[in-house]
Design a protein around this ligand. Structure first.
Ligand code: AMP
Ligand code: MG
Length: 482
């Protein structure tokens, strides 16, 4: 299938060469034909379900693939863990498509030298969650890794009981994480950190290649930081809570990666958190921007010796670069929130308008997606604002007088492009995962995916998935996909 593996050139301290472990009875469960087409996978392959099951379970390895498990480390919940790495994933190689290369990685494909006590496997439920969530996020316009396939293995895995096992195929711009840089910085292997910067720039930021010396490394850092800012702003736009923003789950490319304990917010509250292990609420919805900065500080520490040989000076440079995070985030965030209420530009007065709306929503526990959807439709030429909740009536007057300063049609178009009609609500995701796992059927998952593919359109079947959970997800908990 025309795979290359450019990571191999980095040197063998970056990975372990290791093949996936075979499974008993591989069966293709979910397949993403649109993505296969985008990647230009050969028709002989995509037409052959048997072959897909074999290759995307790891039972067979493509002739031109050299599977590797990548080394990385990271800060988990604020604490440095020196040994992480791909403990249950195999990078098969990269395909060239659309002027860039895409990593093809199996997850749940067996143990590696990084597995520690883990079994190297993945249960079907988390694999289905990753497939649906990442495809939903992509359709919402949020940068994310993609999912090509879920193959059931026929082998049980033990996860609070016996569960069916699966392998999920992830497609990513790359699998470089902040934790990859930390892995080498912790060993004071500056040459490796340098190589990583150049490798990452080659793949993601070719415009930086014209720079040299410390100018290159500073621009590299700022570019990665901007990508994080843009990414987290997009999460805030759709109400996504990543759940485990550890530095090993922070992709240098600026893609959302690792759909473990992620969830969607229903009623607006910055304190929303669902992850069972996040007892302190470190990764709660409204804290994601600050955590993004914290994670960028860890990257800056790795790059510091490359900013300047003088360590005091290097620290000052790192601090100055990092200080740009908060004002840049604020600007991007308010521009994004402004677009959610139809404003094509935002000033300080508008920021107040946005914050006041959010405060009303928080106080009255109003659903994030539904409220912005109603506000959007109230701007439709055929729409009315009769459906808007009465607690917004005073705010609405202020909003309308602000909108009057713009072109009349502008607001609706802008709002419709930014405010989804439907999101992958937690209670629907759970019901669909259950139907996949218990009944072994993909029908409900496919129906949900069809709706999530067009999240800004109100199709006939969309309404089945728009409802907030009856209990507000009060008792909802998510878990790491281990
Ligand atoms: P995650 O929570 O998926 O980000 O994983 C954190 C770390 O644990 C990574 O190094 C994973 O490779 C490793 N890991 C997670 N689950 C397993 C498993 N079942 N077997 C081996 N390693 C695992
Ligand atoms: Mg991870």
């Amino acid at each position: 299938m025309n795979l290359k593996n450019s990571y191999l050139e980095l040197g063998d301290q970056f990975y372990e060469k290791i093949s996936p472990s075979p499974v008993s009875d591989p069966n293709l469960f979910l397949w993403n034909q649109n993505l296969a087409l985008e990647l230009g996978l050969p028709k002989e392959l995509t037409d052959d379900t048997q072959a897909l099951s074999q290759y995307f379970s790891g039972n067979q390895v493509f002739p031109d693939s050299t599977p590797i498990a990548l080394a990385y480390t990271g800060h988990q919940f604020g604490h440095f863990n020196p040994r992480l790495g791909d403990g249950r994933a195999h990078l098969l190689g990269e395909v060239e498509a659309k002027d860039s290369s895409w990593d093809i990685q199996l997850k749940g494909s067996g143990p590696t030298m990084f597995s520690r006590r883990g079994d190297g496997r993945c249960a079907l439920g988390p694999a289905v969650r990753e497939f649906i969530m990442s495809e939903a996020m992509h359709a919402l316009g949020v940068p994310t890794t993609r999912a090509l396939a879920v193959v059931t293995t026929g082998d049980p895995v033990i996860r609070e009981g016996v569960k069916p096992g699966a392998v999920v195929t992830r497609v990513a711009a790359s699998h470089l994480r902040v934790g990859t840089f930390e892995y080498f910085a912790a060993q004071q292997d500056l040459a490796a950190v340098e190589s990583l910067c150049h490798y990452a720039a080659d793949r993601h930021f070719p415009e930086l290649k014209q720079l040299s010396g410390s100018e290159f490394y500073k621009a590299f850092f700022t570019t990665v930081m901007r990508k994080q800012i843009e990414l987290i702003c997009q999460w805030m736009r759709v109400g996504f809570i990543h759940g485990v923003m550890n530095t090993d789950n922070t992709a240098i490319s600026g893609e959302t990666i690792d759909y473990g304990p992620c969830a969607m917010m229903n009623a607006y509250s910055p304190d929303t958190v669902f992850s069972s292990i996040d007892t302190q609420g470190r990764y709660r919805f409204g804290h994601q921007p600050q955590i993004g900065q914290w994670n960028m500080a860890r990257l800056a520490e790795c790059l510091m010796p490359l900013f300047d040989e003088d360590s005091t000076l290097a620290r000052e440079i790192a601090q100055a670069l990092l200080n740009a995070y908060a004002p840049e985030f604020q600007e991007k965030y308010f521009a994004m929130m402004g677009s959610k209420i139809g404003l094509s530009s935002v000033d300080t007065e508008d920021e107040r308008l946005i914050n006041d709306l959010l405060e009303i929503m928080r106080k009255s526990a109003m659903d994030y997606t539904q409220t912005f959807h109603l506000l959007t439709e109230s701007q439709n030429s055929s729409g009315s604002d009769a459906d808007l909740p009465s607690n917004l009536s005073h705010w609405k007057q202020r909003w309308h007088s602000r909108l009057a300063k713009q072109e009349p049609e502008e607001a609706y178009k802008l709002m419709r492009s930014q405010n989804p009609v439907v999101i992958p609500r937690n209670h629907h995701i759970e019901a669909i995962i259950e139907s996949c796992v218990i009944n072994g059927s993909t029908a409900e998952a496919e129906a949900f995916l069809a709706v999530l593919k067009s999240p800004y359109l109100e199709l006939d079947i969309t309404k089945h998935y728009q409802d907030p959970p009856a209990d507000g997800d009060r008792h909802y908990q998510t878990f790491c996909g281990t």
